[in-house]
Design a protein around this ligand. Structure first.
Ligand SMILES: Nc1ncnc2c1ncn2[C@@H]1O[C@H](COP(=O)(O)OP(=O)(O)OP(=O)(O)O)[C@@H](O)[C@H]1O
Ligand SMILES: [Mg+2]
Length: 432
């Protein structure tokens, strides 16, 4: 369940790992600060104001004459930040405009209710800097203009700023570091993916953390080993095939001389077949080696091949212009081999190509005899032919499907054979 909401990429996962404790720490710190310090300080401020107001109002209540109070008023104005004046025979304003969700209005109301015994009225929105408080003393009203700093602790905003700004700076720094740490892993993953698809991969320079460096170095070693192995094998096979050409030519000449009465025709045929096998293999191994990957239009390529076959019974269906990365002439060879097989064994051929989310799918369907299920694996082997006994004298050597598989695998794709009600389906799938 949680997995669904967790970020998928390594960068965002690491980011979350860093972000979560910072946010939790900041929220905790803020809660502790606001609860134990800020709220209590504000409460204390309002309480001390109410004490002051109570003192002044009790002076007013107990005054002997007007002069007496005026003297006190003068002293208050001189010694404190409050302004005081009296409205004779007056009432408190009827409407109180407290805001329910305002923290200060609620706090003042609560503390006033607790500490002030006479009826009161206040307005925290008098102006930007002052609060107005009115107290009813007998028939009169005393009006106080109180600076907001007397009820409000301004350190709250500064605290928020102090907690947010370093947090944001820390996050930015960690993003920078994280990106640098993640980059070598991403590069390595991309290289491995490309290499798997048989594409050229430039050597990766190891950098980053020790573990990542080690992985990069080992990947490079493995890549070199695989490439060396493949090239050794190909060179060896090409060498053998090439060297066989001379004795085969010699054999052919000798048979030509000896075969006066046609008794050696069988051997001649076999030697011709051997020659074809060798030249086919050499042809393929030459074309495989010297190539770079390019992006090409698959739909155009298929249409081009079909034209060459000049067969009206080949139908090609594709939604759009499909593109893929790869060795174009090898893919061409692969498609040609499949179409060639189908034209040999079937009458009608349907080719379908389309792109799904992650793959490029190409189907080659025909209405021929198909290949028995238990032979699917074997027909992919080099020089394996199903109709050996029938001895189809069409110059085929049994390399076609194994070349197809080799090409598709080197592009990171897959080949699947499927039997339909009538005929064979070859399904090619390339990653994109
Ligand atoms: N479309 C098909 N329908 C029926 N059988 C097939 C089809 N494609 C291949 N086969 C069988 O699989 C065998 C192997 O095919 P593959 O293409 O490797 O060799 P080939 O066609 O005999 O020779 P090459 O392609 O080298 O000229 C063939 O001999 C044939 O019997
Ligand atoms: Mg073939």
């Amino acid at each position: 369940m949680i997995k669904k909401f967790l970020p998928k990429t390594l960068f965002f996962r690491y980011f979350l790992i860093i972000l979560t404790p910072i946010i939790i720490f900041q929220v905790l710190l803020s809660v502790v600060f606001f609860d134990s310090l800020w709220i209590k300080t504000n409460k204390g401020l309002v309480n001390s104001l109410t004490e002051e107001l109570n003192t002044i109002s009790s002076f007013y209540l107990n005054k002997k004459n007007e002069k007496d109070f005026n003297l006190i008023k003068k002293q208050v104005i001189e010694n404190s930040s409050l302004s005081v004046f009296v409205k004779k025979n007056s009432d408190l304003p009827k409407n109180n405009n407290y805001v329910k969700f305002s923290f200060y209005d609620r706090l003042m109301n609560k503390q006033f209710k607790q500490n002030i015994k006479t009826p009161y009225w206040f307005n925290t929105r008098l102006d930007k800097d002052n609060v107005e408080v009115q107290l009813k003393i007998q028939k009169d009203v005393i009006v106080f203009i109180v600076p907001k700093s007397r009820i409000r602790n301004s350190s709250g905003r500064i605290f928020i700023l102090w907690i947010m700004v370093p947090g944001i700076i820390l996050l930015l720094i960690s993003i920078l570091f994280l990106r640098n740490q993640i980059r070598p892993i991403t590069n390595l993953a991309t290289s491995a993916e490309k290499f798997g698809k048989g594409q050229y991969v430039a050597p990766n320079k190891p950098y980053g953390a020790i573990e990542i460096r080690k992985a990069t170095i080992e990947f490079e070693k493995m890549k070199a080993r695989i490439l060396r192995h493949v090239s050794q094998r190909t060179t060896m096979l090409s060498g053998i095939s090439h060297d066989l050409k001379t004795p085969i030519t010699r054999l052919k000449l000798q048979i030509e001389i000896l075969n006066k009465d046609g008794k050696l025709d069988g051997i001649k045929e076999d030697i011709n077949e051997m020659e074809k096998m060798i030249s086919e293999y050499l042809d393929y191994s030459n074309s495989e080696s010297n190539t770079e990957n390019t992006k090409f239009n698959v739909s155009e390529l298929v249409s081009e091949i079909i034209k060459k076959f000049n067969n009206k019974n080949i139908i090609f269906k594709t939604d759009e212009n499909l593109y893929m990365m790869g060795k174009k002439h090898l893919i061409k060879r692969c498609f040609s081999n499949l179409i060639d097989n189908s034209t040999k064994y079937a009458n009608n051929i349907n080719i379908t190509a389309y792109k799904s989310k992650k793959h490029l799918d190409i189907f080659f369907d025909d209405d021929g005899p198909g290949i028995p299920e238990n032979e699917h694996e074997r027909v992919m082997r080099p020089f394996y032919k199903l109709d050996k006994s029938r001895k189809l004298n069409d110059g085929s050597v049994g390399l076609g499907l194994s070349i197809v598989q080799d090409i598709i695998n080197s592009h990171g794709g897959t080949v699947q054979l499927e039997n339909k009600k009538k005929g064979l389906r070859v399904k090619l799938q390339f990653p994109i």
